[in-house]
Design a protein around this ligand. Structure first.
Ligand code: PAF
Length: 275
C-alpha cells in the first residue's frame, strides 16, 4: 500500500487512475473497512485518507481527545487491500487558516448543526479540499453520519464536483451499537450499556409502526433517556429522509429516519435508523 503525505505525490498517483475514495479521521473500525472493500470492488484503485480535521471540532477538548491510532490504521488498511492512503499534516491541508465559510442553510441549523455550531462548515471545507487533492471518481461515506451525507450531497451538487457519492449502511457491533471511532473511549462498564441507543431506535420504530405519532414517540423516548442513569440526551427526533426535518405524521410510504445523539461516559454518540 502506498502512503502519501503530500498533495503532489497523491495527485501524481491518482491522475492516471480511476479512484474510489474513503475519507476518514482514522481510528479505523470495521465500518471504515467495509467502505474500503466497496471502493475496491467498484473502482480501479481504492484510496483512503486519514486526517483529524481541526476545523470541524467546535469543542477543543473533543479534538484533543479524538483517538489517534495511525500505525494500527495503516495495518488495517493494508490488510483490507487498500491501494493507497493520503495522510496529510495540518500544514499540508491548511497552509494558511481557511477564511471561507460554507453555509448549508437549514441543514446546518438542525440536529448536529444545532449542537455543534460550525461543524458542517469544517466538514464542507475539508471534504472539498480532499476532493480537489485526491480527484476521485467516487467517494464513500457511512450513513451513521446521515446529516453529514446530506451536507456532502449538497456540496457536491451545488459546486458541481462531478464525483459520484456512495452512502453505505451503518455497520453495527453484535449487540447493535453502531461502530464509531469514539466507542474506544467508553469504559467497559459503560460500553455494556451503550446498545441502549440502538434499542431506543428499535423501540421508536415499533411505536411508529403501531400508529403512535412522531411527537409521542419523541417524548416517550426522551423520557426513557431521562430515566436512564448513564445517558444525557441531546436529541431524539423523527424526521423526513428528504430534508431531515421533523414530521407531523408517519407515512410508511415515505422514507423516514429516527435520529439520536446522546452523551455516555463523556463520549458523544450518534445513531439513526432509516425506515
Ligand atoms: O466522517 C468523518 O470521518 C469526517 O467527518 C470526514 C468526512 C472524514 C471529514 O473530516
Amino acid at each position: 500500500m502506498k502512503v502519501f503525505e503530500t498533495v503532489i505525490e497523491t495527485q501524481n498517483y491518482t491522475k492516471s487512475h480511476s479512484v474510489g475514495f474513503v475519507p476518514t479521521m482514522g481510528a479505523l473500525h470495521e465500518g471504515h473497512i467495509s467502505l474500503i472493500r466497496r471502493a475496491k470492488e467498484e473502482n480501479e484503485i481504492s484510496m483512503a485518507s486519514i486526517f483529524v480535521n481541526p476545523t470541524q471540532f467546535n469543542n477543543p477538548e473533543d479534538l484533543a481527545r479524538y483517538p489517534r491510532t495511525l500505525e494500527a490504521d495503516l495495518e488495517r488498511l493494508e490488510k483490507a487491500g487498500c491501494d493507497a492512503v493520503f495522510v496529510p499534516s495540518v500544514r499540508e491541508m491548511y497552509p494558511a487558516p481557511a477564511v471561507l465559510k460554507m453555509d448549508f442553510g437549514r441543514l446546518e441549523q438542525i440536529l448536529e448543526g444545532a449542537f455543534r455550531p460550525g461543524h458542517f462548515n469544517g466538514v464542507g471545507l475539508v471534504v472539498s479540499k480532499l476532493f480537489h487533492m485526491v480527484r476521485p471518481q467516487r467517494a464513500y461515506f457511512g450513513q451513521k453520519d446521515i446529516q453529514q451525507c446530506a451536507v456532502i450531497n449538497r456540496l457536491v451538487n451545488d459546486l458541481s464536483f462531478g464525483i459520484e457519492l456512495v452512502f453505505c449502511e451503518t455497520v453495527r457491533e453484535a449487540d447493535g451499537l453502531a461502530m464509531s471511532s469514539r466507542n474506544v473511549r467508553l469504559s467497559p462498564e459503560k460500553r455494556r450499556v451503550a446498545p441502549f441507543i440502538y434499542q431506543s431506535l428499535l423501540k421508536g420504530k415499533a411505536l411508529l409502526q403501531s400508529g403512535v405519532s412522531p411527537a409521542e414517540v419523541e417524548s416517550t423516548l426522551a423520557a426513557a433517556y431521562a430515566e436512564h442513569p448513564d445517558f444525557r440526551l441531546e436529541y431524539y427526533e423523527v424526521v423526513a429522509f428528504s430534508d431531515l426535518e421533523r414530521i407531523p405524521a408517519y407515512d410508511p410510504a415515505v422514507k423516514t429516519v429516527l435520529v439520536v445523539a446522546a452523551h455516555l461516559d463523556g463520549v458523544r454518540l450518534i445513531d439513526n435508523l432509516i425506515l
